[in-house]
Design a protein around this ligand. Structure first.
Ligand code: SF4
Length: 389
């Protein structure tokens, strides 16, 4: 039976973090009951996409899913199970909830657990209070630590999200963040480099000369420190920005990198059919609610329509290279051959020669794998650019 992942986008936040380009609205406009109804109606409307498949992971992301009253979150999960049928959900299905530290308390933790959540991903970002304030986060380093400790006493699978390369962050600051998280020993750590995405407040501030990004050499040094220190502490870097204790890799995110089918529910959520069709819901909360949970008094005519895209063979090759190379095991050359044929595999290997000669890419003929070496990981973007047709 084909494996499938489900994603729910909870589109509300307390305030906008200055680096964030995820779609979300202010929590003051949240109508949780209506959102739950809309999720279930969308899931039901898309029955053809999930019927007969085996759900291996469910991910509640956003936005800030932990803002949803915990009891409603556990009811939502119960209703999703009921709709899909327990027999279509793997007994060990990974159910991840993204959590902000300020939402963690005795009641919420119990409810999330009761609802079936078995993995939590906590947005720590940094333990440095000044750094947290400068990017618009509302928690403190201490409250993040308390939240992590509480969550780890209830869940065996806890992930902490950190960001490096924050404006003004020094190597010493980064080392302090790393040592503090290693002391807590979560099973999984994601450490992303700060990105200056178009349209975000942080990009505006940079362009206006009001903040200075860390320079490239410092960012590379930071990346090296992270890789070495986490490796030393027993964490396996299974993806460019993701590290885990063996057996605690994110099953959901692995699906994105390996081309598993997924269905994204909620405003702005993306879906993929596991082959060549991608679709995305419009980033429009009201349009979404009007389409999937209309109020009786409202005009129910809705123009809310997911955008569809059919990937060409070249786009599929490009995606496979970009996504596979993010993972430690890299590109499966036998799968590449089966999917795209000898000529394309030959072209890929031709493009890979320079990086192989420089020691940035490794081709393991026996295992049929092409993957980034330790030096290649530090310049993965340029290697990937060289490899795509
Ligand atoms: S980073 Fe998370 S909490 Fe902050 S605005 Fe984005 S989605 Fe909301």
């Amino acid at each position: 039976m084909e494996e499938l992942s489900l994603y729910f986008h909870i589109p509300y936040c307390r305030n906008k973090c200055i680096y964030c380009d995820f779609y979300s609205g202010g929590v003051r406009i949240a109508d949780w009951k209506r959102l739950t109804m809309a999720f279930l109606n969308e899931l039901n409307d898309r029955k053809m996409e999930w019927e007969g498949k085996r759900i291996v992971s469910i991910y509640l992301g956003g936005g800030t899913p932990s803002l949803m009253p915990a009891e409603m979150m556990s009811q939502l999960l119960g209703k999703v199970r009921h709709l899909i049928g327990d027999e279509n959900i793997m007994p060990d299905c990974e159910i991840t909830l993204e959590v902000n530290p300020e939402d963690v308390n005795d009641v919420s933790v119990d409810e999330w657990k009761r609802g079936g959540v078995n993995r939590v991903s906590v947005g720590v970002q940094t333990f440095n209070d000044k750094g947290l304030k400068s990017i618009g986060r509302r928690h403190t380093g201490e409250s993040a630590e308390i939240a992590l400790i509480q969550l780890m006493s209830h869940f065996s699978n806890v992930s902490a999200d950190l960001i490096f390369g924050l404006p003004g962050q020094s190597l010493e600051d980064l080392n302090m963040d790393i040592e503090r998280i290693l002391k807590l020993k979560p099973k999984h750590i994601s450490i992303y480099s700060l990105m200056y995405e178009e349209g975000t407040a942080i990009t505006y501030l940079r362009d206006a000369g009001r903040i200075s990004p860390v320079d490239d050499e410092v960012a590379t040094e930071m990346f090296k420190i992270i890789i070495n220190r986490l490796n030393q502490a027993g964490y396996n870097r299974y993806e460019i920005s993701n590290y885990s204790i063996a057996g605690f890799e994110s099953r959901h995110n692995r699906g994105y990198w390996t081309g598993r089918r997924y269905i994204g529910i909620g405003p702005s959520a993306h879906s993929f059919d596991g082959d060549s069709k991608r679709s995305s819901n419009p980033a429009d909360i009201m349009g979404y609610l009007n389409r999937f949970a209309p109020k009786e008094s409202e005009d129910t005519e809705s123009h809310y329509q997911a955008a569809q895209e059919e990937l060409t063979q070249m786009q599929k090759i490009e995606e496979m290279i970009m996504l596979s190379l993010r993972m430690k095991e890299g590109i499966d050359l036998n799968q590449f051959l089966r999917q795209y044929g000898l000529k394309e595999q030959h072209n890929l290997m031709k493009r890979a020669q320079k990086s192989i000669r420089q020691g940035n890419l490794i081709c393991d003929i026996e295992k049929g794998r092409l993957y980034l070496s330790d030096s290649g990981v530090l310049i993965s973007d340029s290697i990937i650019l060289d490899l795509i047709p």
